[in-house]
Design a protein around this ligand. Sequence first.
Ligand SMILES: NC(=O)c1ccc[n+]([C@@H]2O[C@H](COP(=O)([O-])OP(=O)(O)OC[C@H]3O[C@@H](n4cnc5c(N)ncnc54)[C@H](O)[C@@H]3O)[C@@H](O)[C@H]2O)c1
Length: 337
Amino acid sequence: MTILVTGGAGYIGSHTCVALVEAGYDLVVVDSFANSRPEALGRVQQITGREFPVYPVDLLDERGLDAVFEAQPVEAVIHFAALKAVGESVADPLRYYRNNVGGSISLFQTMERHGVTRLVFSSSATVYGAAEQMPLTEESPLGPVNPYGRTKWMVEQILRDQCAARPDWSVALLRYFNPVGAHASGRIGEDPSGVPNNLLPYVTQVAVGRLEQLTIHGDDYPTPDGTCIRDYVHVMDIAEGHVNALQHVLMTTGIEAFNLGTGRGSSVLEVVAAFEAATGIDIPRRVGPRRNGDAPVSYAGVDKAKQQLGWQAKRDLTEMCADAWRWQRENPQGYGV
Ligand SMILES: NC(=O)c1ccc[n+]([C@@H]2O[C@H](COP(=O)([O-])OP(=O)(O)OC[C@H]3O[C@@H](n4cnc5c(N)ncnc54)[C@H](O)[C@@H]3O)[C@@H](O)[C@H]2O)c1
């Protein structure tokens, strides 16, 4: 069975390609390489020992997409392709709405023209509003606070409308919490462009000497150690969650949202301590001011994914740190030379 993966050269996409091949699926990848390098897919092919077609097509290019669907027997789509930098989305909202919402509509129209009705969509925990009550469940109120989060929320709404109009469609909206880590081979991993926005890539770049020290954004939050708490989840657990979600959409119709997280929160200081313990490297740090829009605590309710997808995260924080470090140590400049 052939699965089209959009954004397959990206961080989560590349790891999911490995999991899909291992689960026995045939792949076709579409990626504009706007935020990734073809090398990532070369490495996926090395890890899996399998070749698959790769189309350097932008989702906004509907004719280009048509050609892919004409050439390949696509039966379902996993849709990762999007821009994801919150700060950039605040500075350049039109680019984000055009790429993430416009690109998604272009993809869904192409699917419709070709009779493809099964979809797994990369949503995000950023669709949830500021919540007092943890964990966040799929029923928690939505209310994203930046343009990036609103692109995810809008695509979720578009897909709900589409599924209401087309009862033969089947869609899983996967709301990821904080994906971290890398494939255990150290051959693929997260390769952010510029200074990382996320904690663990920042820590690994300090450890490898690319950055001088870690800045902790605020240590006066109402949490036990004063730093923000997030639900970090291993990227290979997330990747395997896509295989379960794919099996789910192949067997059902309708639309459902699922949180992908561990259900456990870790503070910034706990992550740094786990990294230091896993690697034996000290991370120099300083405390800076809070960042706008950071909630003190966020972690996932994971019962729905467990019950309906049969999925739960298996890897712990130590494994996340060890794998992230192996990737960074063996690829100090990421996929660059
Ligand atoms: N990484 C996270 O922390 C996180 C958390 C929640 C949700 N998500 C979502 O998961 C998905 C994957 O995230 P990621 O971390 O792998 O990001 P990434 O930037 O590494 O990968 C996205 C890929 O999509 C491609 N792309 C972007 N726009 C495209 C377009 N118009 N046409 C074709 N290709 C295009 C990029 O080149 C890149 O390869 C995204 O939708 C992201 O919003 C990520």
